[in-house]
Design a protein around this ligand. Sequence first.
Ligand SMILES: [Zn+2]
Length: 93
Amino acid sequence: MKVEQSKLNEYLKKIHGSVCPLCGNNHWNISDQVFQAVEFDYKGILIGGASFPMVPLTCDNCGNTYFINALKSGLIDPPDPENPSVTKSENEK
Ligand SMILES: [Zn+2]
């Protein structure tokens, strides 16, 4: 899944001036792709387990990477409660 460029730009403005705790640089790159962390299980990947949508934010200088919660940050829309496999805006198209 991709994030709209306008939402990425808005987010980067919000964190403007934040310095990397590892190297002191303040130039960040944010991915336009959403990744997900899935719930760990000793037996392997859990189908239908909990997951967490995230967008990597990487320091331009040293590569230090944060994983930003794509829902909490507003980078992606929340799912439509009546049809959780799509967002509300996708459902209205
Ligand atoms: Zn850094």
